[in-house]
Design a binder for this molecule. Sequence first.
Ligand SMILES: Nc1ncnc2c1ncn2[C@@H]1O[C@H](COP(=O)(O)OP(=O)(O)O)[C@@H](O)[C@H]1O
Ligand SMILES: [Mg+2]
Length: 303
Amino acid sequence: MALTPSHPFASRLSFFTGKGGVGKSTVVAALAVEAQRRGMRPLVVELGHRASMQAVFDVPHIGHAPVEVVEGVHATNVELDRALDDYVRRNVPVRALGDRIARSESLHRFFAAAPAVGEVLTLLRLEQLLEHEWSPILVDLDATGHALMFLGLPSVFDGLVPDGPVRRLLDGFSSLLRDGERSQLHLVTLPSPLPVQETLELHATLEAEHPIRLGTLFVNRVHPPPLDAAHLAQLPSVVATEAAAEDLALLRAACERDVETTRQLARLDAIPMRQVRLPLDPPRRDRATLGRLGRLAALEDAP
Ligand SMILES: Nc1ncnc2c1ncn2[C@@H]1O[C@H](COP(=O)(O)OP(=O)(O)O)[C@@H](O)[C@H]1O
Ligand SMILES: [Mg+2]
């Protein structure tokens, strides 16, 4: 069955961003587990400075080379030093010279300090990973500010980088971003005021300034309504008992939270993106929990 175009498995490369703590890494990991269940070869990519996938998958180390984190799911951490070595070795035609440059400590220090070099090297690494058979490649882009900088790389460097390997890399990235069949950007948020505000602003910025296709808006940790019809029917008899005061206080708090959630969901509905709501799950990080969340996150749209 064909997937909706904005489904995270509909394109080879999917980027994810959103405010810190909203559940990006969890959603990315869960989707990877689900992709594997569907027979795909998913790869989770995260950027060097974070290393949160180790905790999410409960593995000791994720490095430059993709490692299997759970059965059939691989993850890689873009280590900038390694990416820089690869880059120099590929682009300096004389092997011994390339090796010497790549080993130079001052070069590494220089690149570590230079703005956006980390992002350019990340691109380079992505380009390499795309040459292999991974699909989907799910990139945890981390906080929104970083994501905007990353997606904006081609325009930041426009006119500044002469013809050469970096120019070609940026041009390649630019056309990758413009090709909605190959790449898209998904947003993750929570139904609470600050993440919602940030998501609305991010969406407006993306629409105005970035040509990438917007995929799915994941609204994570949506509490179910506190009362269903059966509970409601029982309410009069519960209220009549002495012990009801505490329960009623809890119920009242839950209802207030539900009113707030509903208000925030209505604000998010104004964003014209495919939306998937995910429940609050016990934050255990075992495979079964990730698998359950992944199935929900990857559900096809109702016809
Ligand atoms: N649906 C969920 N239900 C319960 N806890 C969640 C859910 N999603 C994420 N969490 C928890 O919230 C915390 C932040 O999640 P994480 O994926 O690290 O966020 P981010 O990558 O956006 O910073 C983690 O402790 C994670 O286990
Ligand atoms: Mg994270």
